[in-house]
Design a protein around this ligand. Sequence first.
Ligand SMILES: [Zn+2]
Ligand SMILES: [Zn+2]
Length: 158
Amino acid sequence: MHVLLWLLVAMLAFFAMEGLAWVAHRHVMHGWGWRWHRSHHEPRRGLLEANDGFSVIGAMLAVGLFLAAGALQSPLLQAAAVGVTAYGMAYWLVHDGLVHQRWPWRWSPRAGYLRRLVQAHRLHHAVRTRDGALSFGFLIVADPRLLVARLRERRRSP
Ligand SMILES: [Zn+2]
Ligand SMILES: [Zn+2]
């Protein structure tokens, strides 16, 4: 298999995961999965929260793809598995690391794309309830100024 095709599939899987994460966050976590996700919209009490169950499911998806790739000897599935894993790592770095500071050091980006990601996700957390939240993406987000305006508008006319 050509290395460029392999890379393309891995990248497609990476970006598809952002779409899947958006749909899951918008419709599952803020829907019937709220029982787990709610813990993430409240102050954390211990090292872990029920919401981490969703990360375990994501990890299982990657592991499942690697196993299937091995069993079927499929470089395409292997590329997809690598893309899904890379997304999981990026998600962890941005969401659990940069936004929620679940790592042993304190560092927050002061400008640029990463700063925008942090601000957009903090605005997601500005709403603590299941309904009414906005900004469900993790790596692809709207301009935080736009999100602030939308939040203000919603607060004025609920
Ligand atoms: Zn949420
Ligand atoms: Zn969060």
